[in-house]
Design a protein around this ligand. Structure first.
Ligand SMILES: C[S@@+](CC[C@H](N)C(=O)[O-])C[C@H]1O[C@@H](n2cnc3c(N)ncnc32)[C@H](O)[C@@H]1O
Length: 225
């Protein structure tokens, strides 16, 4: 049985300050050498995930909201705010958050997953911002109060994790919170890729993130891909 270890990590010192990241330039110059490569990679990522949804190969999908989200809502750790759900998939959690009065932005690379989420939102008379985008290329207009990161990292190839972790930091306001479910598969390959907790500690270092003092919550996960 696979499991997700979940916890809340809070944004510490500003990533921009710490890493002396300059403010984004007003004018953008396109790097014509690497842009086609990046577009090609993004297109490949989309085709792979879309094929999984179209083929019904979505074994990660519980078909219901994760017990971790229910726990954070019931405990009062997570209260209505502007929240991002990256790699939301069918978005069972997006529906619950929208119903609970959160202002939700849901992002995924798979058009089929988002179509299903859009349908479920309208069936439920709910609203959320639903965006088709590659998280490794996307930038939000405004940072969020919180991010609900449910098994998104494990879906990305480990080569991209440092980039993705830095993105998560910049997508949050100072003091914002990352509600994370890191999947542990114990397998060498992926996706989903095994998110060893010691490795997560290094990826989200204490210099940039404030980790909770409590032990992570463990949520059994039905299966993988
Ligand atoms: C393991 S699934 C998790 C889905 C959902 N969070 C859940 O728990 O049911 C990973 C999700 O990441 C999405 N995904 C993978 N790579 C992505 C990327 N680069 N940008 C955006 N979404 C991506 C896939 O389409 C898929 O919906």
């Amino acid at each position: 049985m696979w499991k997700d270890s979940s916890g809340i990590i809070q944004v510490g010192q500003s990533y921009r300050d710490r890493h002396k990241v300059p403010a984004p330039p007003v004018l953008m110059t396109l790097d014509t050498n690497t842009l086609p490569v990046r577009m090609h990679e993004s297109q490949r990522r989309q085709e792979e995930w879309e094929a999984r949804y179209r083929g019904g190969l979505t074994a990660w999908d519980r078909g219901a909201v994760s017990p971790a989200l229910e726990h954070w809502l019931a405990s009062g750790d997570l209260t209505p705010c502007r929240i991002l759900a990256p790699a939301c998939g069918h978005g069972h959690e997006v529906l619950v958050l929208a119903r609970r009065g959160f202002s939700v932005t849901a992002v995924d690379i798979s058009p089929s997953a988002l179509k299903a989420l859009d349908w479920a939102l309208s069936e439920g008379g709910l609203s959320a911002e639903v965006l088709e985008a590659d998280l490794l290329q996307w930038t939000p207009a405004q940072p969020f109060d919180a991010i609900y990161e449910q098994t998104a990292l494990c879906a990305l190839v480990p080569d991209t994790w440092v980039d993705y972790a830095a993105r998560l930091h910049t997508w949050l306001k100072p003091g914002g919170r990352l509600y994370a479910l890191f999947m542990q598969t114990g397998q060498p390959d992926g996706p989903p890729f095994h998110c060893d907790l010691d490795e997560m500690r290094r990826l989200f270092p204490d210099t940039d993130w404030i980790w909770p003092k409590t032990a992570p919550l463990e949520v059994p996960h039905p299966t993988g891909l």
